[in-house]
Design a protein around this ligand. Sequence first.
Ligand code: SF4
Length: 604
Amino acid sequence: MTAILGSYAAKQCPVVAQNNVLCPEQLLPFPEAVQRRIAQGIVFEDEVLPPLRPAEDGEWVVIDKTAPTPARERATVRAIEDGARIIEGGVLPRDESGGRSGWPDLLVAHAGGYVPVDIKHHRTLSDDPEGAALVSGIEDPDPGKAREIDGFTLRRHRGDALQLAHYRRMLEAIGQASDSSWGGILGTDDVVSWYDLDAEIWTTPAKTNRKRARRTTMEIYDFEFGFRQDIVAAAQRHQEDPGGELLVEPMRSGECGACKYRGVCDPILEEGDGDASLLPGIQYQLWRAMRDQGIRSRSDVAQLHYPTALLVANGVDVIDWLARADGADPGIGVSELWPAATKQIELLESAGIRLTGDTRQLDPGTALLASGAAKAILEARAATGELHAYHRPGVESASVPRADVEVDVDMENTADGVYLWGCLLTDRTAGGGPAYVPFHSWAPMGLEEEMDVFVRFWEWLSQIRKNANRAGKSFAAYVWYEGAENTQLRRISAGTKWEDNVENLITSAEWVDLHRVFSSQFVTGLSNSLKVVAPMSGHAWAVDDPGGDLSMVRYEEAVGGDDRLAIEAQKWLLDYNRGDVEATRSIREWLDRESAYWPVVSTG
Ligand code: SF4
């Protein structure tokens, strides 16, 4: 019997589908920040539609969401048969043969059937001066009345698109799919943004070094959904016969932190030397290709042949060279094996592979892996080494910019704007400890409020810089990953008298992205996020569970109506931000103190 899967199945980690069969009782609650996000999403869904419903429109049918599912399903079918223009809160008939169930937020009549529209509490459009996006007004979410707006592009959200594809297959199953291939997302931008589910908008990664392919949403959905069905069927067989093979194993991904099965998968991933997927930046295709060769742990990855992986990463087709060398005279130059491949010959020769016989040094197994293997090998060697950090190949002696007057800078923001610029001022010529100087507002965030916080911060920072220069002292401001701060600084100062001054500082050598300084010179085998690197330097945050997600939750409390909660949350946010700026200072001191003793990671 085909298992019935919901609209989230195809977009979720495949191991979720397996765990739903094998260990559904081992679910953990979502982390607090995720619970809060889910609750916000529900409130948004409940609030966005009622004001849009036309007062006298029998064609906009609202299905009672509190009714039992079978009743909602019958009401949805009735509304379709009655030719409703919009059906809100419907339940599509369970698709027994396709194995699907689904609750699209809206069904909109269009081109001989219905198109699905889902409501999501996130933006659907990105600012793009060159772009154009197809949108409808939320009061009339009909793709037939959509218009193209300039200056924006669709934020391609794979999960949203796959959910729409799920509903489309369900509509097809009851003969009610529109002739068009549109699916819409009503997001926080106050429009419905349209996906053409038959357009080739996705690039699928290559397992090895073959070319990537372009795919439509429907193609990706059918593959992913079919895979989940196979996973569930194999898990059910495994339950009846434990000798039955399971199709998937846990792999660490960005989804794990917010997954209810982290209590099941974490112990498996962290066993022994740790799973290869714990290495930073490792992609599924590389992890899978390694798995196929029995390379499972971080120490297995560390033992791969780095020179081979580096040649692959630089574009040398090692597999082809090994095939050409097979049976050839080991004494002839590699250039005779493939004279036209001049660039590759140069790379081989500079790696010491001059004669055909030298190709025996290369490892065919490593050559079969995708080009990301070289990076993974270095990370694995660092992760399984005895030290916290190693110099990258070619970095004999690291350089960390220092100044007489140093200011560590970190900002906190929400979708409404930047409400806090935190600074840690250290005058290294004056002695004494660093001083934490926050600029913030707990008032409702809008453009004026955000500008007020920015101006206070920027004038202070500019004055510190000016004073240092006047006193003949060097000055530097430090951020961890400048992309975030620079984007906000440019946005807020655009068109103001501070614009040039901002540009002048953030493009100068006095504005230091410490993340870049660190990641370009050192390798640790772990993520290079501030929350991971700073503890290696001995830093600890004063608050429990410091993280961007929780800071969003605390910000809502900080500006909420409950005074007691607000005071606690404001203190938490300032302590958290202070911890962030102290963290960058701690990393800088650590690098100065210890990095000279760290060796270069092995490249053998
Ligand atoms: S914890 Fe990670 S690997 Fe396990 S099911 Fe969840 S997302 Fe998948």
